[in-house]
Design a protein around this ligand. Structure first.
Ligand SMILES: [Zn+2]
Length: 438
């Protein structure tokens, strides 16, 4: 009884944190339509406004701003086969919306009216934005990044601030023409967390994930000769009731359980995930039910050969998950940002969602993650939300990547939190070595 009481008291402090939506993508010029938006240059010049420094009111004093900028560009450059050239600039303002800008791709943090205007009604919500100009053939001619002057950034993990490098890596992804993927499993996730969430520095957004690389390669091709790329999984989801809005196909590397990519299902049921390296993939279909319930259905495992374009038709089973996961957390906090896990470590995971039928199992499709279901505690957070506390053990040899947790109901239906566990590598050393080489 005493034990239970202590747990209940701890649960009272659980707070649901909304993460911040991150830097949507604003197109200038014409609408995107069906053309592919990309750079067609070998060198992209990026002008850094003098406002982006640790003297800016929204950047913590003493931050290593120039290194954060360099590292965020190198992170993409290494995979891109394009070189970034960094120049300093006295320009403070983002180019206004129109058919063309000033031709200078700018990173700015200046608190000017023009820069605030880009956020529109979302000035209180978005830490950064990128505006892209492109020509009729989809070739990007300019992309400007604005760090929202009303948010605080730092490079040292300071509590309550955003990690400058992670936000820049995300916005540079937009600068390159990339969009938010439907399943968040990497730097192009539409959400960003402040430092201090789950009691951790939120720096996992500094490293590209496998899903980010697939997205990049689907647009720019592959420059890494050690990777056999690029294959595609495409097809159609049939069955009227399942071709609803917001359905998604997502892929796991079948051997590790890491998220490998995702794509939205179109209005006629069509989908395509490109930029994949060869290997074995597990395919899942995510469908939306009533009141935000989400069902993830395992479809098949496919062995992709280099350059293959695998075509498939998916006929969904009409099973809807009784129990659905919506939030994950640790240290008394929950949100939709991934929990960072260390190889060889253990965590008390918090999970929340619609838990209607009390017979369920929490699991992961990764052999590197072990869930201790025998110690699971299940409680009501509100009328709608149930919360589950469960132990998670992480294998010593778990590879870097984004992993998933699921809830399986007694009827076999599943709901996943894809990519909700992130394992990062020792990021400092390799990046610094790259900097010295450059
Ligand atoms: Zn964004």
């Amino acid at each position: 009884m005493v034990r239970l009481y202590q747990i209940s008291t701890a649960l009272m402090f659980c707070v649901l944190f909304a993460t911040q939506a991150l830097g949507s993508f604003v197109f200038s010029s014409s609408e995107r339509g069906n053309i592919e938006i990309k750079w067609n240059r070998r060198v992209i010049r990026v002008a850094v406004s003098s406002s982006v420094s640790d003297t800016a009111p929204n950047i913590k004093k003493g931050s290593n701003v120039s290194e954060a900028i360099k590292r965020s560009l190198i992170t993409w450059e290494r995979e891109l086969g394009v070189r970034f050239q960094i120049v300093s600039s006295d320009t403070a303002n983002v180019s206004p919306q129109g058919n063309s800008g000033d031709g200078i791709s700018l990173i700015t943090a200046a608190p000017t009216a023009e820069n605030l205007q880009i956020f529109g009604e979302n000035a209180q919500n978005l830490p950064a934005m990128t505006r892209i100009f492109f020509d009729r053939r989809g070739r990007i001619t300019e992309a400007d990044i604005v760090l929202n002057p009303i948010f605080q950034f730092s490079t040292d993990g300071s509590f309550g601030t955003f990690d400058l490098e992670s936000v820049l890596v995300h916005e540079i992804g937009h600068l390159l023409g990339l969009d938010h993927p439907p399943i968040s499993a990497g730097v192009m996730s539409s959400q960003v967390a402040r430092n201090g969430l789950y009691g951790m520095e939120q720096t996992s957004g500094r490293q590209l994930s496998f899903a980010d690389l697939a997205q990049l390669r689907s647009v720019y091709g592959n420059t890494d000769r050690s990777v056999e790329c690029c294959a595609e999984i495409k097809g159609t989801v049939t069955g009227n009731e399942r071709i609803a809005k917001g359905n998604v196909i997502w892929l796991e590397d079948a051997e590790t359980g890491r998220i490998a990519g995702s794509a939205s299902v179109g209005a006629r049921g069509e989908f395509s995930v490109k930029g994949l390296s060869s290997g074995l993939y597990s395919i899942y279909l995510r469908t939306n039910g009533e009141e935000g319930s989400v069902t993830d259905e395992f479809v098949d495992t496919i062995d992709l050969t280099p350059g293959e374009s695998f075509s498939m038709e998916i006929v969904p089973q009409n099973v809807f998950a009784v129990n659905t996961l919506e939030f994950i957390g640790a240290m008394g906090q929950m949100s939709n940002a991934p929990v960072q896990a260390d190889p060889g470590g253990e965590l008390m995971l918090l999970l929340a969602g619609r838990v209607e039928k009390r017979s369920f199992t929490i699991g992961s499709s990764s052999p590197y993650l072990t869930i201790q279901n025998d110690t699971a505690i299940d409680q009501n957070l509100s009328e709608r939300l149930g919360m589950i506390t469960v132990g998670l053990r992480i294998a010593d040899d778990i590879p870097v990547g984004h992993y998933s947790i699921f809830i399986r109901s007694s009827d076999g239906s599943r709901s996943y939190l894809p990519g909700s566990i992130v394992v990062t590598g020792s990021r400092e050393t390799p990046l610094l070595q790259t900097l010295l080489k450059n």
